[in-house]
Design a protein around this ligand. Structure first.
Ligand code: SF4
Ligand code: SF4
Length: 442
């Protein structure tokens, strides 16, 4: 079978997925205190619907979606609301969070849940169930999922793509989910297919996940669903929506657009599983799979974790640090954010917690650009990161915007490959924010 790939740029860093790609998922301990941010999605924060000292049940609504561009938030544990306080999230945004101290009985944990007959629901009912249960795109945009479908429904979706690439180093949570929860993933995909009515459904898996691809292929065959399973070449950022669509259907998403503009819809593996839980089992989004890895972690693993669990608790769960990390990153090494506060909570969009050693961080002083052009070759968006960087340094944000600054997906490939260790992505990200807010110059 031909291996599909995008046609320009990208890098092949060491994958560092270690033994976690083969190790079975396990459940992390339930946290004694859960810190539940009311902004775990793109758009507006949810509005708290509980107060200090309120008793909450497991899975109860604690934050109500403020609008269609918002998402419901639920209590991951039963207990008492200690406080609602402002916290900083790893991406620098701050929001209110509901802090819950565990107390009382669990309604979901360890209980048998009856499957609903979702096949009898119409599209509206399916979308409503996802919204009620707080499902968001956990693998990329973090958009509330029903909003993605509303955007899609105004155009025709001819191809629905399940994104099984997971090309960022260290991450292997999607890989294990495809192997261990194939039926839930396929049901989530089927539900989305029912809503978006594509002409074809394609499951795209990077070719270094042969066990996941064969598990999916066997399950598709057994179910008679008629979905196509294709292999993707191993290359970062293969999982980016633009690269995925280009590889699978050969279409270029226009500048400033998304997959819907070219008749496609993409769905992440973790999100598909969350859709199954919401629609079929009636379980709100209160848990996710997180890869805990890096040279400083005693026991690397993929664990199912309650939302709101402090990063430090999760690291302890994995045996703690075996050496002092150079930095702790929430998210992947290319797109994640460094955190200094280990009380930072796991959210719906947290794919990984990485504790990296000095050897893994490759920290070195920044030196002047040597005009090697490697960043240009690595950029999957066809940009010139070095040129954009220089324009930003000279305060010419207008020119940088006209040369594609806002097409930058912040994939990190240019910064990774740069021999001069120039912090390209950080500068580009900051410049995008400044340019959007109408401030010129740095
Ligand atoms: S971070 Fe932006 S400029 Fe750098 S390679 Fe990725 S898309 Fe290109
Ligand atoms: S990779 Fe770094 S050194 Fe090479 S051209 Fe780009 S910015 Fe300059």
């Amino acid at each position: 079978m031909r291996r599909l790939t995008f046609t320009r740029g990208g890098i092949v860093p060491p994958d560092r997925k270690g033994h976690t790609r083969r190790a079975t998922l396990w459940n992390a301990a339930i946290p004694r205190t859960s810190i539940v941010p009311l902004l775990q999605h793109s758009g507006e924060p949810a509005v708290a619907c509980v107060s200090q000292t309120d008793r909450v049940r497991e899975g109860m609504l604690v934050g109500r979606a403020a609008s269609a561009r918002s998402a419901n938030v639920h209590a991951p544990i039963p207990g008492i609301v200690r406080e609602i306080r402002r916290i900083d999230l790893p991406d620098g945004v701050s929001c209110d969070a509901v802090v819950i101290d565990m107390d009382g009985e669990f309604d979901l944990l360890g209980k048998r849940v009856e499957a609903h007959d979702w096949q009898s629901y119409d599209r509206k009912a399916l979308s409503r169930l996802m919204a009620e249960h707080g499902v968001v795109d956990m693998d990329g945009s973090r958009l509330p999922i029903p909003l993605s479908y509303a955007n899609m429904n105004q155009r025709r979706c001819d191809t629905l793509i399940l994104n099984g690439s997971e090309s960022e180093p260290y991450l292997s949570g999607d890989h294990r989910t495809m192997v261990e929860n194939v039926s839930a993933v396929l049901t989530g995909l089927e539900i989305v297919s029912r809503i978006t009515r594509p002409s074809k459904v394609v499951i795209a898996v990077e070719s270094n996940k042969t066990d996941a691809a064969s598990t999916l292929r066997a399950a598709v065959r057994a179910s008679g669903l008629g979905y196509q399973v294709v292999r993707l070449r191993v290359r970062y950022p293969q999982g980016d929506e633009r690269q995925l669509v280009k590889a699978v259907v050969g279409r270029e998403i226009p500048s400033g657009g998304n997959a819907a503009d070219v008749g496609c819809m993409t769905l992440g593996v973790t999100t598909a599983k969350a859709i199954h839980e919401a629609v079929v089992l009636g379980i709100p989004l209160i848990e996710r799979v997180v890869t805990v890895a890096g040279g400083a972690i005693a026991e690397e693993a993929n664990v199912k974790v309650r939302i709101g669990t402090p990063v430090g608790d999760l690291i302890e769960e994995c045996g703690g640090f075996k050496e002092t990390p150079m930095k702790v990153v929430v998210g992947g090494p290319m797109t994640g954010h460094t955190v200094s506060d280990l009380a930072t909570p796991i959210t719906k969009g947290t794919r990984a917690v990485l504790a990296l050693t000095a050897g893994e961080v490759r920290r070195a002083p920044t030196v002047p650009c040597i005009q090697c052009g490697r960043c240009v070759s690595a950029c999957p968006m066809g940009l010139s990161p070095t040129r954009l960087f220089k324009l930003i340094e000279h305060g010419d944000l207008q020119r940088a915007a006209s040369e594609g600054l806002h097409d930058c997906t912040e994939c990190g490939a240019c910064g990774y490959i740069c021999p001069s260790r120039i912090p390209l992505v950080r500068r580009l990200r900051r410049a995008k924010t400044r340019q959007r807010s109408g401030r010129s110059g740095e």
